[in-house]
Design a protein around this ligand. Structure first.
Ligand SMILES: Cc1cc2nc3c(=O)[nH]c(=O)nc-3n(C[C@H](O)[C@H](O)[C@H](O)COP(=O)(O)OP(=O)(O)OC[C@H]3O[C@@H](n4cnc5c(N)ncnc54)[C@H](O)[C@@H]3O)c2cc1C
Length: 473
């Protein structure tokens, strides 16, 4: 049996890779990556600079890992809907194997490719692996997707069987001798018109394993307490690895679950619970593909969001005058990452204090986050705005000062990302306008662009009028 193993950017690893393992057991293996212009056209690549950097590094790591095992990554360029069926036919493969994607555009791509392959008598095997359980498999008694996270998580724990991660193959056969193709090289950032950001995490399977090891060596056992602290290194920072599949979700789940009994069972359970939030968002998008275009709650359709380009620019560039909001914005641009608590505060500020559509924030985050993921990012934004599934109620508005004081009590997070405030006493670090006159005058930092209390009241009035009262859905 001859198998084309099609790597598609969310499974850039050799460990726990079902299609690769199965292909290796069955005969000839042809590992392929297609540089589809959907992502690799320079105009498109410029819309995802941080993800592109991580992706290119992860691709180079995959190529080296496959070579070490005795195979070779075949890199081709062109639309995958054309190239994959054409090469499968030319190389006389018996099947094409890949991992399933949950996003609507990935599903449409697969539908088209599957139909073409089927027409040629070639199998198209889609393996599970992006999620712990197959999307669509965790259902209510009525057979529908859960609209609330907690019962979803309960049903998952009851019904889902998380398979053991597969070890990487010990070796792979060399490419069949009769293959021919127009070789494309993995592009450089430069060739895509992008500069390297040294502040980003390193891509690739080895770096992912090192991050996992570091997290399991200590932070996981204090996760429950530290996960909300923006000033501590208490979270795993594995989101980009999950996004690009340099670490499989099953490997992470199993490794974390093995920490039970290690001196922090509640912390381990809290961590696994977060992995289930990831699971929830993927199952949700599978069930409701239209969520990338519209709010989960129909009552929010047509919501009169404000149109304030200056406000948006101040938010995106970290010049709102609210230190923790600005720290989040600047961390995003510098590191391609934002702490989850800071994401929620920043998202609440954009949608509620500034009254701007969550979709503007969603697009900005998708552009700059290294872990930018359609399902999780959309769910995070809809959750914070209040229009999402199991969302924070629309009348819950984060107070950036109170949040800062609680989750960054000494201001270390703000000091790191907003150096203009580094010397400010902790008493005023989250509300510099409260500092005595001489101190305040010495700061090169803007006054708040809105008054939080007034903005909050205005949003509540608007939302109440539009949504027709508390709890409208
Ligand atoms: C507005 C907004 C946008 C977001 N956009 C994204 C995104 O594009 N990509 C992304 O991976 N996450 C997103 N999240 C979720 C969360 O902020 C990140 O997953 C988390 O901060 C990543 O850091 P970590 O790996 O150290 O997390 P940890 O705290 O170590 O958590 C471990 C893993 O659990 C998952 N997870 C944790 N929290 C959540 C959550 N609230 N929702 C879904 N999954 C979660 C992630 O896969 C994460 O890597 C967003 C949240 C918000 C509020």
């Amino acid at each position: 049996m001859r198998t084309m193993v099609w790597f598609r950017g969310k499974d850039l690893r050799v460990a726990d890779h079902g299609p690769l393992v199965e292909a290796a057991q069955a005969g000839d293996v042809i590992p392929v990556f297609c540089l589809d212009p959907f992502f690799f056209d320079p105009d498109r690549a410029r819309e995802l600079p941080h993800r592109m950097q991580f992706l290119l590094e992860s691709l180079a790591s995959l190529r080296a890992n496959l070579a070490r095992l005795g195979s070779r990554l075949v890199v081709v360029a062109g639309r995958s809907t054309e190239r994959i069926p054409e090469l499968a036919l030319r190389w006389r493969v018996d099947r094409v194997a890949a991992h399933r994607w949950v996003e609507p555009f990935g599903r449409e791509r697969d539908r088209r490719i599957g139909a073409q392959l089927e027409g040629e008598g070639i199998r198209f095997d889609l393996h599970e692996g992006e999620t712990l359980a197959p999307p669509g498999s965790i259902r209510t008694q009525g057979g529908t997707m859960f609209g609330v996270f907690t019962p979803f998580a309960r049903a998952f724990r009851r019904d889902a069987e998380v398979l053991d991660p597969l070890p990487a193959p010990k070796s792979l056969p060399p490419l069949p001798a009769d293959l021919s193709w127009e070789d494309a090289t993995i592009p450089t950032l430069d060739s895509l018109g992008l500069g390297r950001n040294p502040g980003l995490q390193l891509g690739g399977e080895k770096a992912a394993r090192q991050r996992l090891k570091a997290f399991l060596a200590g932070p996981i056992f204090a996760y429950g307490e530290n996960r909300n602290r923006m000033d501590r290194d208490g979270v795993s920072r594995l989101s980009a690895d999950l996004k690009f599949g340099t670490l499989s979700i099953r490997t992470l789940w199993r490794a974390a679950a093995d920490c039970f009994g290690g001196g922090g069972d509640e912390d381990v359970a809290a961590y696994l619970n977060e992995l289930l939030w990831r699971e929830f968002t993927h199952h949700l998008l599978w069930d409701r593909p239209e969520l990338l275009d519209r709010p989960y709650r129909a009552a929010w359709e047509g919501f009169p969001w404000a149109d304030d380009d200056l406000g948006f620019a101040a938010w995106a560039e970290g010049r709102t005058g609210y230190p923790v909001v600005d720290a989040a914005a600047r961390q995003l641009l510098a590191e391609g990452f934002v702490h989850n608590r800071a994401r929620m505060i920043a998202a609440s500020f954009l949608t509620k204090d500034l009254g701007l559509s969550y979709r503007r924030g969603e697009a900005h985050y998708l552009r700059w986050l290294t872990d930018g993921d359609w399902a999780q990012n959309n769910a995070g934004w809809q959750w914070t705005a209040g229009c999402g599934c199991d969302a924070s109620p629309w009348f819950r508005i984060f107070n950036p000062v109170a949040q800062g004081r609680r989750f960054d009590p000494d201001g270390a997070y703000v000091r790191r990302w907003v150096p203009e405030l580094a010397g400010l006493d902790a008493r005023w670090i989250h509300a510099p306008w409260e500092a005595p006159d001489p101190v305040r005058r010495g700061l090169d930092y803007p006054a708040p662009i809105v008054d939080h209390a007034a903005a909050r009241a205005a949003f509540l009035t608007l939302a109440k009028a539009y949504l027709g009262g508390v709890g409208a859905s």
